[in-house]
Design a protein around this ligand. Structure first.
Ligand code: SIN
Ligand code: MN
Length: 190
């Protein structure tokens, strides 16, 4: 965990880069195989992007509209290089947009080919309550507040721990010019 890793100027620059990603590959609200819409809206940058629809969830090399995913912004990639030295190059950057009422249920990140590679998460905008559980389902959990500029590395023994977002605390950050939160996760998917 790297609290306050990005200063305000770096956060503002990254938000600008992410707005360009979203302009090229618009946010979509994924649905589960059973047709239930997630509350988080998502897009990706990189060679592959994570998608979920009635066919299930997976990495795809195109946005659902058919356009290629835009490249991972250099500002985002620089965080990976700093906090995950020695890891392989990330080929996927999931961009999650949380409106104030959005949340993300407890899950594992395990769709990547090499689970020995870390996942690096960057938080921007309003605070969020992040819940971390265990590798196995259930059992005790801990919660931590993720603030704008915080970076979390999920690697090693923590790579497969269940995690989710319980809630967003609207009005705690003014970075985005509107209530809500952006979370970016870098992955080595293939
Ligand atoms: C995720 O697990 O993909 C996102 C976690 C977060 O929003 O902090
Ligand atoms: Mn995750």
């Amino acid at each position: 965990m790297w609290p306050g890793y990005l200063d305000r100027a770096a956060q503002e620059a990254m938000v600008g880069d992410l707005r360009a990603v979203i302009a090229a590959a618009p946010l979509v609200r994924p649905v589960t195989r059973r047709g239930q819409a997630l509350s988080v809206r998502m897009t990706s940058a990189g060679e592959v992007g994570w998608v979920s629809d009635r066919r299930g969830y997976r990495y795809e090399d195109r946005h659902p509209s058919g356009v290629a995913w835009p490249p991972i912004p250099a500002s985002v990639r620089a965080v990976w290089d700093a906090v995950a030295p020695g890891a392989a190059a990330p080929d996927s950057c999931l961009v999650n947009w949380y409106a104030p009422d959005a949340r993300m249920g407890m899950h594992q990140d395990r769709d990547e080919a090499d689970l020995g590679q870390p996942v690096v998460s960057i938080s921007l905008g309003d605070d969020a309550r992040f819940r971390i559980g265990n590798v196995e389902r259930g059992g005790p959990t801990q919660s931590v507040v993720l603030r704008s500029g915080d970076v979390v590395v999920m690697g090693g023994a923590a790579r497969l721990r269940h995690h989710g977002i319980d809630l967003i605390v609207p009005g705690t950050g003014d970075l985005l010019g509107a209530p809500g939160r952006i979370n970016v996760t870098l992955r080595v998917a293939r």
